[in-house]
Design a protein around this ligand. Structure first.
Ligand code: Q46
Ligand code: ZN
Ligand code: ZN
Length: 320
């Protein structure tokens, strides 16, 4: 297989795009594509201050790398969840995120959940109803809250995450199976800021296959955490990814057309009424001031308050 651009030996063959590229041209192609999507979906501009959520995995570190190569001003945010699972998962994730930042002289904000809230995610989840079986629900709530808070308090224009096409297609598949109109209405490359304090969010890799972000990290020599979070095992999203991968193997490009057709249908008015009604009445949380639709306290404050109560501890003096 030869590179379409130069005729040298191809390093990556992308059947879905009918495109094979050598190392050098693949490493140029990913930023070009990313820039194209940033513009197409009006994600952010040159003067914007960008905060990238970096887990230490291939997607978020590749994204940070690509945005820097494109000349954007990007700081990183890493959230240490306190997950071990015999793999020292969180410790290793933070080490790799920190190393990436240090080697390039970049700013990385780190929030350690156990230090801020008094309990790591697995311990806290075991104390709440939310996370009895798996801590993912509490974990997701906590990550969303901290990301939003840091982005808002730091005055960032946009929060970017490394979600790739496989992630987006799997979420879309799940939401379409249950016709969750509210979730479908909110899914897309950009989630606009709300006037009451929800940060603007964008996913510059939403059209890049997971296989491509992995190849990018590998060919750029980015060291990332290979292991999945130990709690990801058996996750529905992985099950959906497996099904979509089987379909993709028979029909290259299926995942991309599934996602793009959805965006196109939305643009043409599908879910228009849900989009108009998607914003529930938000008001500031009584405790932390972040916007919430829940009466009184937001779900984050309520849940972590309960965790501390059950742990028999006092409320922390510091918020993330
Ligand atoms: S939600 Fe669940 Fe992930 Fe949190 S506990 Fe691990 S698998 S990290 S994306
Ligand atoms: Zn080439
Ligand atoms: Zn709150």
């Amino acid at each position: 297989m030869k590179c379409r651009k130069c005729g040298e030996k191809a390093a990556v063959n992308m059947r879905q795009h009918k495109l094979a590229l050598c190392r050098q041209h693949f490493l140029e192609w990913i930023p070009e594509q990313t820039q194209r999507f940033i513009e197409k979906y009006h994600m952010f501009g040159r003067g914007d201050r960008i905060l990238a959520a970096v887990s230490g995995g291939k997607d978020s570190l590749s994204l940070w790398d690509v945005l820097l190569r494109l000349g954007y001003a990007v700081d990183g945010l890493h959230i240490n969840l306190g997950i071990d699972g015999g793999l020292r998962y969180s410790e290793e994730s933070q080490r790799l995120a920190q190393r990436f930042a240090d080697e390039r002289g970049l700013g990385l904000i780190t929030v350690n959940v156990a230090e801020v809230e008094g309990a790591a995610i697995p311990e806290a989840a075991a104390l709440t109803r939310r996370g009895q079986l798996k801590p993912c629900s509490l974990c997701g709530l906590t990550k969303r809250y901290i990301m939003n808070r840091v982005a808002r308090d730091g005055g960032y224009d946009v929060l970017v995450t490394g979600h790739n096409l496989d992630d987006e297609a799997a979420v879309l598949f799940g939401n379409a199976l249950s016709w969750s109109a509210g979730y479908l209405a909110r899914q897309g490359p950009v989630l606009e800021a709300s006037s009451d304090g929800l940060a603007r969010k964008a996913k510059p890799f939403c059209r890049i296959y997971e296989r491509e972000t992995a190849a990018y990290a590998l060919l750029r020599g980015i060291e990332y955490i290979y292991d999945e979070c130990p709690f990801a095992e058996g996750a529905t999203s992985l099950y959906y990814k497996g099904i979509l991968n089987r379909m993709e193997a028979d029909r290259p490009g299926l995942k991309l057309s599934f996602y793009l057709s959805f965006l196109e249908a939305k643009r043409a008015g599908l879910l228009a009424s849900q989009q108009a009604a998607a914003e529930p009445g938000l008001h500031p949380c009584q405790s932390c001031g972040q916007p919430t639709s829940a009466p009184g306290q937001c779900a984050y404050c309520r849940t972590w308050h309960r965790v501390r109560e059950r742990k028999g501890e006092k409320a922390p003096t510091e918020q993330p």
